[in-house]
Design a protein around this ligand. Sequence first.
Ligand code: FAD
Ligand code: NAD
Length: 467
Amino acid sequence: MNNQYDITVIGSGPGGYVSAIRASQLGYKVAIVEKYNTLGGTCTNVGCIPAKALLDSSEHYHQAQEQFKVHGINLDNLSLDFTQFIKRKSEVVRQNTSGLIYLMKKNKIDVYQGTGSFIDQTQIKVSTADQETMLTSKYFIIATGSKPSSIPGVIIDKKRIITSTESLSFSSRPESMIIIGGGVIGVELASVYARIGTRVTIIEYTESLIPTMDRELGKTLFKTLSKLNINILLKSKVQSATNTGSSATVNFINDEAKEQELTADYCLVAVGRRAYTDGLNLGAVGIETEKSGKIKVNEQLQTIVPNIYAIGDVIDGPMLAHKAEDEGTFVAEVIDGQKPHINYKLIPGVVYTWPEVASSGATEEELKAKGVEYTVGKFPYSASARARASMDTDGFVKVLVSPKYGEVLGVHIIGPRAADVIAQAVVGMEYEITARDMYHISYAHPTYSEALKDAYLQAAGQGAINI
Ligand code: FAD
Ligand code: NAD
């Protein structure tokens, strides 16, 4: 390889690999640098993909245990092979990481394994334990992502006090687990382990699960997760977590301001993630990080150094794979002189519990805080023929609509396949289609998406029609 590039991407997560591919498609000579042995970053290796693999496996097991009998399917001696449960997840990750190697080759992107650190504005050093390689580039895209963070009094030792990463690769099924944080990671991993019989407690600081989403979603999720026997403690503040050798003990102040102590096999810390810039040597190019650790960028996602851009979890905004991907495409196109656009208000947020939770646009809380007038259209899945057929009647669709013009301001769903149903709502909001017009398009019957149709109709001032 001659080490001179038009664009060099540092980090191969969904932000990095998408930007590299888009830049290559646009005709640039591209390199990508990744410090780990596999490509794909957090999402592919220890995030979205393995978490979803375990969510699917555990949901199958739970269904087989709890619901198959109702369908007339009898299984004798049902059991879980935990080793195979984890092995399948690892195989799914392997397929995805090898797929990325293929994509890099196909797009003629040079891959450098090692830690990238800046020498100056046009050069980086890629270091491994035994060698250093210098790369020169006209542009750099920093896509170094994030790492789990913790809270005062809780030191992650990766043995008993763990992060999501360790929880995806246990060697045997934990008997019990305390999860600090009832955000996205907390509720997804609580679902995985509760479904296979682990006694799970979630300790959440605020008064709701998934507190950044529309509050009604968190309330319904509380009820559905409680059905899995997950012990959910809200308004509770963790003070400390201690590795006692064979278990972890967590001390916290509960919702009645009383000191409490709980012990479990593991304590999983899921209180958010922090931007990761260690080893980049940003000082060499004069880029400073904000107090939060994030790299500051302008609207073009450009740092204070004009040829250096940053995308994904390492900059402001929701820490989501599709947000990182959108920014990857955006930056490659900006460098190419195009005028791309990202509508940050409509980036969907999805939680892969069952039922799933999906949201896009403004929440009721946000509209109230801004004094924006809105009407609510709501349809419960208990009234959906499709949901009754599949015994997935928990949840609802809620659409928030401006009464003046019929503009859809927000869509919030908790229900079966909400992650897929939300896509149509995003298209509608992006192109400012009114609630009435969203109602007038055809929805296949019976589908989960029909619940949206009725919610749009109600928000437009009419009663529901379908079942
Ligand atoms: P990352 O994916 O973090 O990739 C950064 C890469 O840069 C890493 O591979 C790192 O090794 C590399 N790197 C760092 N520094 C250097 C350096 N100096 N030199 C070379 N390489 C370097 N999001 C969703 O949208 N949907 C989900 O379902 C979802 N599930 C998740 C489940 C879990 C358990 C977790 C932890 C996260 C999940 N996320 C999900 C969030 C998602 O993983 C992140 O938002 C996404 O990976 C961010 O992408 P990125 O490209 O910015 O960074
Ligand atoms: P999060 O911000 O979603 O949730 C953290 C939770 O911890 C919050 O509810 C917060 O109130 C709580 N908390 C904070 N301090 C606490 C304390 N002292 N005691 C008790 N609770 C406390 O963060 P996360 O769940 O760690 O996820 C990290 C990131 O990964 C998120 O930004 C998320 O977007 C991303 N992620 C996304 C998905 C998905 O898209 N499905 C899945 C997993 C992770």
